[in-house]
Design a protein around this ligand. Structure first.
Ligand code: RB5
Length: 144
């Protein structure tokens, strides 16, 4: 899969580890930054990752900030994006299974790197369950 990854300064420390982890799983990674630990604005990275998905450059995205919350709020402003914050492996499974999320958002200040690895792996491996399509369509309707 082609994965776009974006972090702000709060996620910068884990970014390279996540890139290497995604590559070890056989995924292609587009690194959308940030590229230093200097303070920066999470909407910039949320927008780039979201646009890569909408433009077909990536299949899915991973966004990391302090809580994951700002990234999710920002990414969901882009039409067609379904982004949500996950906090354990089970929520990472359900965000694919039930919500067909195209971006997973994680809080670097609340998770160990191993937890992030497990959650990202689960998120990417889990397929959407079609019986939830009606609800996803209702969300798409709200975007019109
Ligand atoms: C940055 O300090 C922090 O606000 C940001 O990483 C994120 O948690 C926002 O939702």
């Amino acid at each position: 899969m082609k994965i776009s990854l974006g972090t702000d300064h709060a996620g910068f420390e884990v970014k390279n580890n996540i890139i290497n982890f995604l590559k070890s799983l056989g995924h292609e990674v587009i690194d959308c930054g940030t590229f230093s630990k200097d303070s920066c604005d999470y909407p910039d990275f949320a927008k780039e990752v979201a646009m890569n998905i909408i433009n077909g450059k990536s299949d899915k995205g991973v966004l990391i900030c302090g809580t994951g919350i700002g990234m999710a709020i920002a990414a969901n402003k882009i039409k067609g994006i379904r982004a949500g914050v996950c906090w354990n492996v089970e929520t990472a499974r359900l965000i694919s299974l039930h919500n067909n999320a195209n971006i997973i958002c994680l809080g670097a200040r609340f998770l160990y790197i191993e937890e992030m690895f497990d959650m990202i792996k689960m998120y990417l491996e889990t397929k959407f369950e079609e019986r939830h399509s009606k609800r996803i369509l209702k969300i798409s309707e709200m975007e019109k």
